[in-house]
Design a protein around this ligand. Structure first.
Ligand code: GUN
Length: 278
C-alpha cells in the first residue's frame, strides 16, 4: 500500500503560512495585489480564476478582476496589461490561459512585466530559472517540489523521470529537479522505449495529458509517483495521467487525482504573489 501524498493538506499548510506572512506585511503597511484577467467564457477557466480569487481572499491578497468578452482584441488586452504594468499598486498580473484563438498567447506572455509575472511564464523568468537566478517559477512544477519536500522525499542523487516537455510543466519541472540535485531525464511522445525509461525512476513525474496512460508496466517497485494530469471521464469522475489502481499497489508514495498536484498550483501562485513583498 502506497502512502498518499495529500496535496489538499499540504496546500492548506502553505496557504496558512502565507496568510500569517501576509498579516505581518500588512502590519508594516504592505499588501500584495494580484490582477486576474480572463478573456472569454470558457467554463473551466472561469472555475480556475474563481479559485484563484478565493485563495487571494483567504490569504489577504487584494485581487482585481478583469473579465473581458471573447471579442476583446489583442490590442485591447495588450493595452490593459500595459496599464497594469505601470500601476505601482499592482504586484502580480495573471492572464488565464488559453486566450481566444485571435489573440497571440506568446505575445501576451511577453507583454507582462517579468517583475509582475507571477505565473513564471515570461521568457526572462524561464531563463532565470535555467541559470539559477532569482525570478518567478511556474506554479505547477514549483508545487510538485513542495509536495516532494513536505512528504520527506529526498531528491538529491535520485533518478528523476519527467514525462512531458511543455513549457509550463515538463521543462521547468526538469530544471527544478536538477536544481535539487536529482539526475533528470525528460521523456516525451517521441521517446523510444518509454516504459523502460520510466521504470528507472525513483521519482516519476507524469504530465502527458493522456488519461491513465502510465500503468504498473511503467513504474519501479517503491518509486514515488507524481501525477500532474487531470481529466474528466465519461462517468463524470476525475482521473490523472496515471492509472492509479494499477500503480498504487507497487509504489511507495503517490499523488491522488483530484487532491494531489491540483491544489498546489494555486498555493504556489499565492506564494509568488507574497514573494513580491519579500
Ligand atoms: N491555464 C492552465 N493553467 C494555467 C496557469 O497555471 N496559469 C494561467 N495563467 N493559465 C493557466
Amino acid at each position: 500500500m502506497a502512502e498518499l501524498i495529500d496535496g489538499k493538506r499540504i496546500s492548506k499548510e502553505i496557504k496558512d503560512e502565507l496568510k500569517a506572512e501576509a498579516e505581518k506585511f500588512k502590519a508594516e503597511g504592505k499588501e500584495a495585489t494580484l490582477a486576474v484577467i480572463l478573456v472569454g467564457d470558457d467554463p473551466a477557466s472561469a472555475v480556475y480564476v474563481n479559485n484563484k480569487k478565493k485563495a487571494c481572499e483567504y490569504i489577504g491578497i487584494k485581487s482585481l478582476s478583469y473579465e473581458l468578452p471573447k471579442e476583446t482584441t489583442e490590442e485591447e488586452l495588450l493595452g490593459l496589461i500595459e496599464k497594469l504594468n505601470k500601476d505601482d499598486s499592482v504586484n502580480g498580473i495573471l492572464v488565464q490561459l488559453p486566450v481566444p484563438d485571435h489573440i497571440d498567447e506568446n505575445k501576451i506572455i511577453r507583454s507582462i512585466s517579468p517583475l509582475k509575472d507571477v505565473d513564471g511564464f515570461h521568457p526572462l523568468n524561464v531563463g532565470a530559472l535555467l541559470i539559477g537566478e532569482k525570478g518567478y517559477v511556474s506554479c505547477t512544477p514549483a508545487g510538485v517540489i513542495q509536495l516532494l519536500k513536505r512528504s520527506n522525499v529526498d531528491i538529491e542523487g535520485k533518478e528523476c523521470v519527467v514525462v512531458g516537455r511543455s513549457n509550463i510543466v515538463g521543462k521547468p519541472m526538469g530544471v527544478l529537479l536538477l536544481r535539487e540535485n536529482g539526475t533528470v531525464t525528460i521523456a516525451h511522445s517521441r521517446t523510444k522505449d518509454l516504459k523502460s525509461i520510466c521504470k528507472r525512476a525513483d521519482i516519476l513525474v507524469v504530465a502527458v495529458g493522456k488519461p491513465k496512460m502510465i500503468n504498473a508496466d511503467y513504474v519501479k517497485e517503491g518509486a514515488v509517483v507524481i501525477d500532474v494530469g487531470i481529466h474528466r471521464m465519461d462517468n463524470g469522475k476525475l482521473c490523472g495521467d496515471v492509472d492509479f489502481d494499477s500503480v498504487e499497489p507497487i509504489v511507495s508514495k503517490i499523488t491522488p487525482v483530484p487532491g494531489g498536484v491540483g491544489p498546489m498550483t494555486i498555493a504556489m501562485l499565492m506564494d509568488n504573489c507574497i514573494s513580491s513583498l519579500r
